[in-house]
Design a protein. Structure first.
Length: 216
């Protein structure tokens, strides 16, 4: 399909234009896939987070309202949503289309000749449902630190046993994963569902606990 051939150039554009530290294509959860995804840090001296940028890619002859609706639906999981429209013959995106996209808080990207891209309208910040957003981030191989809000790769993470301490992660200078066993029991979850009630602490935040409880 022509549409799928556009994913790679759009993904590279998203990486550079929005300063994303990782991008992927055709990634999603049980509720559906997103054509192009990017993650970027939005961090400051006193806190921050990671934004998910989602892009729906469509050829010029696609039905606009249907495409716009698909892009808008990504706001359930993404902080910023874009519709990228292929315009290979030089025809410009009309002001009417720009206004309709703005009504749904969807940004617009124009894909021109040679698959070059440019942002016509920036996407405003959406309000995704947090657990859906974090599930999508996890599909890209990343997790969010419960303390500082940063996002890091879900690898080399020291996992707790049922009641083990954070000590090993501190010693090995690794991130830490733990499970909310008591919460799962309160909800009536069985043992097989404990794995879904998990949280993460990045390696930097883990080191903040070094020496806690020490008599020195």
């Amino acid at each position: 399909m022509i549409e799928k051939r556009l994913y790679k150039p759009v993904a590279e554009f998203v990486r550079k234009e929005f300063n994303c530290f990782t991008v992927s294509t055709t990634t999603g959860t049980m509720y559906g896939n997103i054509d192009v995804l990017g993650l970027r840090h939005v961090m400051g001296s006193f806190g921050g987070t990671t934004e998910v940028i989602a892009v729906e890619v469509k050829p010029e002859n696609s039905t606009f309202l249907k495409s716009l609706g698909q892009a808008h639906a990504y706001s359930i999981m993404a902080d910023r949503c874009y519709l990228a429209i292929h315009k290979p013959y030089g025809r410009k995106i009309s002001q009417e289309i720009i206004d309709m996209a703005a009504q749904l808080k969807v940004g617009l990207i124009e894909i021109g000749k040679q698959k070059s891209c440019k942002v016509l309208v920036s996407s405003p910040l959406q309000e995704p449902i947090l657990h859906h957003k974090l599930s999508l981030v996890a599909k890209m191989g990343y997790v969010q630190c419960i303390l500082c809000g940063s996002t890091f790769k879900d690898e080399s993470v020291k996992s707790q046993g049922e009641r083990s301490t954070i000590g090993k992660a501190i010693e090995e200078e690794k991130a830490f994963r733990y499970w909310l066993f008591d919460l799962a029991k309160q909800r009536g979850s069985d043992n097989k569902k404990y794995i879904y009630d998990r949280r993460h602490v990045c390696a930097d935040c883990v080191q903040a606990f070094r020496g806690v409880g020490s008599s020195n």
